[in-house]
Design a protein around this ligand. Sequence first.
Ligand SMILES: [Zn+2]
Length: 188
Amino acid sequence: MANLSRSDRRTAPSQGDFQYCPRCRTELALGVHGGRERLGCPKCGFVHWRNPVPVVGAIVERAGRVVLVHGVGRPPHWYGLVAGFLETAETPEECALREVKEELGLDATTGGFIGIYPFERLNQIIFIYHVLLSAGEITLAADELDDYKEMPIERIKPWPQGTGPGLRDWLATRGFHPQFADFGTPQD
Ligand SMILES: [Zn+2]
């Protein structure tokens, strides 16, 4: 509990939090639970721990290029990694390969584990893998994605938040050290 000031800032309730108890519908109240101020239910004892949500991102490589995808409804210049939420009983590595199959319509094999990156703005913890994409034509998951590009590794510029630091670290293993791209808005 030595770093309570930082912890308090991180756990402060925000717009996306519960207002009512998901168990008994009583209005939640701030209190100290597990050494930090959090929302809890005064009636049934439910605590909104607000632990980070695990997310997996895949650096999808094929023939010296990385596949970057564009999400439906995103600003036009926001291309990112294939990524998604971990399912119950799934390992992060399995999740990376499943997301590639779902989003790009092709099988992939694991290239390596890159690292784990906290993403405070969305309260996520992101596992990044490098995967190798099979041959064949990419078919996007039309409900999620509306475009993709296969970027030569030497032209990729990572972004400062979310999956970006993992991409930066992978690029460094290939001998590339580009500056973060400044999109002017948070990336996830
Ligand atoms: Zn309750």
